[in-house]
Design a protein around this ligand. Structure first.
Ligand code: SRM
Ligand code: SF4
Length: 563
């Protein structure tokens, strides 16, 4: 059998001297705002992407100018928790070193800056470093930002789950000193093979994502991750986890060998064994994952291609521990609890809805200023959620009024939020995302207005429906796990997916391809009418569309998603 050629990125990693490449030299080059092709791949491991303003692309081409390059930086904030002092620094950096003048909360509990000129990159990373923040491994073929349920209400269990998420994140960080040398001007030490004891020179075949969920909340959408840990408690104490693995959303339109998938249940493990199992799952993926075709290189394909049983046996062999049968657990709501909620420690927590996670000052809605003003007086912490929202956590009863006053003054609170809007997310898409085929974030609020109106028309406004939109099938807002998923195909055109469960335990399936707003709304109008008239008590919209046969339930994604 002839040897297949590895994907280009594999050679880049091998030749990069542990992710250094020629980034340092590229940074000093003044003649272009971009990096070389190879370094553009390597900078991802350092947390940023080269982009250009797609709204201006054609105009600049006509003027024979190079695209207006700038950079997007994604921070690494395990569990999404940061202090008010850190937020003030994050905010200041956005105003002084980026041209977008905004902060973007992401679907994985962290924040991004857009519009960073190359000349500001180093200053920006040094600013983050002073705030005890970084962007190492926020992107690239490594373990990314580890998500964790941010619910501060049941604080003891959350604290224990968060400690596990933080330990996972720390343990699986790349060891290379490339980031420290290039961005923080630290000295180069002697590199040896032991530089990357877990990853090795070629790191992972592809990105790798982990989440820790605390049931019944499933805000982290645990089954969409490569590796998920579902917390199991006894008398309010964390005792272990159900381990799930092999989830992922990305696919390519028209290529049936690519598909989204939800993670499989593997069984129960004790808290003390979490790191062992995480390392085993990750290293099996490191050794067995597809390094030839990057479209088939995520863990989900490794499990499908090698088989569930073989994968499980290898993980058990590497840990020396057998999975116990999975524990019974209820998987519940993926939404956030908006407004004030009292925790068990007599502290209060305020969840703010941030539409598509975009924190920016606009006329009448000074969201960025509002959060800055809150950070100046807040004594608790900030928690970013995987629904792109922000929790002002741990507020003493006597401080509630002042915080709420600021939130109202700046438009962070006060608008009536429909049940569906509160459960809906959209990815960034245009103008910054290089892969976008259609709008998402910029169009989504108006689209949800239409959904709200249709739900009101049919008397079903109280029913939350999980609606998600992305500008392409990479799935950054997890659209294939939405009851109504809209995935960009071309400007103004989307594929409509239906039939996922409300809780995120079943994928959806394509119902209509390549349709425009009018057709989407007409389709939903008809289905909402039937839902209002024919639903069973308590039946969610996704389950209804499967029961009445609008789409078939996806049980085995490899066969059913396209079949
Ligand atoms: Fe994503 C690529 C934005 C969560 C699957 N994602 C991108 C890039 C970097 C485009 C690029 O490669 O040039 C997007 C940058 C847009 C911009 O201008 O900011 C981008 N992804 C995002 C964010 C910011 C969306 C958001 O609206 O919040 C999310 C950042 C998360 C974070 O903080 O780490 C984001 N991306 C996700 C998720 C959701 C999740 O992880 O829970 C997914 C689906 C889950 C998964 O990984 O399978 C996701 N992004 C992808 C993929 C497809 C991967 C695949 O397996 O095929 C790509 C493209 C790629 O990797 O080739 C991608
Ligand atoms: Fe870009 Fe596609 Fe991700 Fe949206 S889903 S941010 S369009 S890569």
């Amino acid at each position: 059998m002839s040897e297949q050629k590895l994907a280009v990125n594999e050679y880049l990693k091998i030749d990069s001297d542990y992710l250094r490449g020629t980034i340092k030299e590229g940074l000093d080059t003044q003649v272009t705002g971009s990096f070389s092709d190879g370094d553009q791949q390597l900078i991802k491991f350092h947390g940023f992407y080269q982009q250009d303003d797609r709204d201006l692309r054609n105009e600049r081409k006509e003027q024979k100018l190079e695209p207006l390059y700038s950079f997007m930086l994604r921070a690494r904030v395990p569990g999404g928790i940061c202090s008010p002092a850190q937020w003030l620094d994050v905010d200041k950096i956005s105003s002084t070193l980026t041209t977008s003048n905004s902060i973007r909360l992401t679907t994985r509990q962290t924040f991004q800056y857009h519009g960073i000129p190359k000349r500001n990159l180093k200053t920006l990373i040094q600013g983050l470093d002073r705030a005890a923040l970084d962007s190492i491994a926020a992107c690239g073929d490594v373990n990314r930002n580890v998500m964790c349920n941010p619910n501060p209400v049941e604080s003891k269990l959350h604290q224990q789950a968060y400690a596990v998420a933080k330990e996972l994140s720390d343990h699986l960080l790349p060891h290379t000193r490339a980031y420290a040398e290039i961005w923080l001007d630290e000295e180069k030490l002697l590199d040896t093979e032991t530089n990357e004891p877990v990853y090795g020179k070629t790191y992972l075949p592809r990105k790798f994502k982990m989440a820790v969920s605390v049931p019944p909340d499933n805000d982290v959408d645990v089954y969409t991750n490569d590796l998920g840990f579902i917390a199991i408690e006894e008398n309010g104490e964390l005792i272990g986890f159900n381990l799930v693995a092999g989830g992922g959303m990305g696919s390519t339109h028209g290529e049936v060998e690519t598909f989204p998938r939800l993670a499989d249940d593997f069984g129960y493990i004790k808290t003390a064994d979490v790191i062992k199992f995480a390392e085993a799952v990750m290293t099996v993926q490191r050794d067995w994952g597809n390094r030839v075709n990057r479209k088939r290189s995520r863990l989900k394909y490794t499990i499908v291609d090698h088989g569930y049983d073989a994968f499980k046996a290898e993980v058990e062999k590497r840990t020396g521990i057998k999975f116990e049968p999975k524990r019974d657990v209820v998987i519940g709501d993926r939404g956030d609890r908006y407004g004030w909620v009292e925790g068990i420690d007599n502290k209060w927590h305020l969840t703010l809805f941030i539409e598509s996670g975009r924190i920016k000052d606009t006329p009448g809605k000074t969201l960025q200023t509002g959060l800055r003003e809150i950070a100046k007086i807040h004594k608790g912490d900030f928690r970013m959620t995987s629904n792109q929202n922000m929790i002002i956590a741990s507020v003493a009863a006597e401080d509630k009024a002042e915080i709420e006053g600021l939130a109202r003054k700046h438009g962070l609170l006060g608008e009536v939020l429909s049940a569906t809007r509160g459960h809906s997310i959209a990815c960034v898409a245009l103008p910054t995302c290089a892969l976008a085929m259609a709008e998402a974030e910029r169009y989504f609020p108006a689209f949800i207005d239409h959904i709200d109106a249709l739900q009101q028309k049919h008397g079903i406004a109280d029913q939350a429906i999980v609606v998600r939109m992305t500008g392409c099938p990479n799935g950054c807002a997890r659209p294939f796990a939405a009851e109504i998923g809209l995935v960009g195909k071309a400007p103004g055109r989307y594929n409509l997916y239906l039939g996922a469960s409300f809780e995120g335990t079943r994928l959806n399936k394509m119902h209509k391809e390549n349709i425009q707003e009018a057709e989407i709304l007409a389709e939903l109008d008809g289905l909402f009418g039937r839902y209002a008239a024919e639903r069973d008590a308590g039946e969610t919209f996704g389950n209804f569309t499967v029961r009445i046969g609008v789409v078939k339930a996806v049980v085995d994604a490899a066969k059913d998603f396209h079949g």
